[in-house]
Design a protein around this ligand. Structure first.
Ligand SMILES: *Cc1c(COP(=O)(O)O)cnc(C)c1O
Length: 384
């Protein structure tokens, strides 16, 4: 038997409480019973997003909400600015291009965060820009972008700041209203500890005004229509009923732990993972601005990318490899959502053994030990 451990940056493991909530018989959605679930979820999501606004729940993966942001806030021919520092930044550009928008692209070196001054200069050059499209955490490179400083750039300008927070919301503190984020998005299969299939999106007052003026064609992802329905604790279309039942439980778990503790947990696991891989002599993909969601690490010379498949199939631990230019060169060890100290320990132990199997000289326990030293912070002194 090989027990399976899922340590990829999405999908992430689902807690047993959430699995049980989703295993309940499906109830009809046009009922007071389901409306009560939606009401609770709406309240929980407002707390998670740290906003007074409605957080809409859509039946799609995260990309659906990204597309909804673009189609609901633009008109044909509008200009948008894309922060492209990886696969997900690139996706913003592809969505905008698919709808015929004019795109200013800021290419960011993979592994680095965007420089907000560069964004400010690009907006000064194109003051007509409608949207700045960025990631809070660029999962493909494991970089965290400076959303607070991007928000300071868009404040007082025409452009709205749209943040793909799919591996940021519920991972680190990203207070939507306080920072002045205009659109914040997340998806179910990352920090929300659910299977894939839900996206969540919130708009600021200023973004809702832009939605009123937008003329880009859309049908399924019609956010004003969704907002009107969800204000009545229902949804425009048939919702993903079981996932929303699971979301209620997942939000309850996060809010019971308390958000500051959730963020501190992610930060600690990230710090321990970085300490572990560095103790193995490996190089981080994002040394300067690492995301607390996942840690990207370069494989040592001579260790092929197929180690990821070996770890998954022979050792039982699923990490993610690299994409495009980083394909075959990196491993991404995730630590978001339903993750704790011993996920980090197991992941590093498996990684050490995999590296050894591929001929890399490993002092067993070196990475694990470095992580343990950091993880001690998670455990209180014993009472006397
Ligand atoms: C996972 C992820 C997405 C969404 O991808 P889907 O496959 O559509 O759920 C988008 N952005 C980031 C940063 C992600 O990590």
């Amino acid at each position: 038997m090989i027990k399976k451990y899922l340590l990829a940056p999405g999908p992430t493991p689902v807690p047993p409480e959430v699995l049980l909530a989703m295993a309940q018989p499906v109830i009809h959605h046009r009922t007071p019973q389901f409306e009560a679930v939606v009401a609770e979820v709406r309240d929980g999501l407002r707390q998670l997003f740290q906003t007074q606004q409605d957080v809409l729940v859509l039946a799609s993966s995260g990309t659906g909400a990204m597309e909804a942001a673009v189609t609901n806030l633009t008109s044909p021919g509008d200009r948008v600015l894309v922060v492209n520092g990886g696969k997900f930044g690139e996706r913003w550009g592809k969505i905008a291009a698919a709808y015929g928008l004019a795109v200013t692209e800021i290419k960011v070196e993979w592994g680095c965060a965007v420089d907000p001054d560069v964004v400010a200069r690009a907006l000064d050059e194109h003051p007509e820009t409608r949207l700045v499209l960025a990631q809070g955490s660029e999962t493909s490179t494991t970089v965290r972008h400076p959303v607070d400083r991007l928000a300071a750039v868009t404040r007082g300008r025409k452009a709205l700041l749209v943040v793909d927070g799919i591996t940021a919301v519920g991972v680190f503190d990203l207070p939507m209203d306080k920072l002045g984020i205009d659109v914040l998005i997340t998806g179910s299969q990352k920090a929300l500890m659910l299977p894939p299939g839900l996206a969540c999106i919130a708009l600021s007052e200023r973004a809702w005004r832009a939605a009123d003026e937008s003329t880009t064609p859309r049908y399924y992802f019609d956010l004003p229509r969704e907002r009107a329905s969800q204000a009545k604790d229902t949804t425009a279309w048939t919702p993903a009923i079981s996932l929303i039942a699971g979301l209620r439980t997942a939000l309850d778990l996060m809010l019971t732990e308390r958000l500051p503790a959730v963020y501190a947990r992610h930060e600690l696991l990230a710090r321990a993972t970085r300490a572990g891989v560095q103790a193995l002599g490996l190089r981080l993909v994002a040394p300067d601005d690492p995301s607390p969601a996942a840690t990207g690490v370069y494989l040592p010379d001579g260790v092929p990318g197929k180690i990821v498949g070996y770890l998954r199939d022979e050792i039982g631990v699923t990490f993610a490899g690299g994409q495009d230019a980083l394909k075959g060169k990196i491993v991404r060890l995730a630590h978001l959502g339903y993750a704790d100290a011993f996920d980090v320990i197991q992941g590093l132990a498996a990684f050490e053994m995999g590296l050894a199997r591929f001929g890399h000289p490993v002092k067993f326990g070196a990475g694990v030990g470095a992580a343990q030293a950091v993880l001690m912070d998670a455990f209180p002194e014993p009472s006397r």
